[in-house]
Write a protein that binds this ligand. Structure first.
Ligand SMILES: [Zn+2]
Length: 92
């Protein structure tokens, strides 16, 4: 966890890459906590994850992919709905 760059779900045909980001590792606005203990270690590390996410998004987008990011706290059924809508739109 934390260091991965690969999408969690890939729809090659539609060039859609889905990432399910862990709340802690990827700085979820609702659940990210800022560890007080060893914060000199954690804060830069977590910031690097977030920077890397943005970089990954940019790389994918510039090669024609659509990037969908969801949080691990989101209900899988909601996430699935969102992806379904998106793919339906791409098909038309
Ligand atoms: Zn969260």
């Amino acid at each position: 966890m934390g260091g991965r760059r690969r999408a969690d779900i890939v729809f090659t045909r539609w060039r859609v890459a889905v990432f399910v980001d862990g709340c802690f590792w990827h700085g979820c606005p609702l659940h990210a906590t800022h560890p007080k203990r060893n914060s000199d270690y954690w804060l830069p590390k977590l910031q690097r994850n977030i920077d890397r996410d943005r970089e990954t998004d940019e790389q994918l987008r510039s090669s024609g992919w659509i990037v969908v990011r969801c949080w691990e706290h989101e209900a899988p059924v909601e996430v699935a709905k969102r992806i379904e809508h998106l793919i339906r739109r791409l098909r038309t």
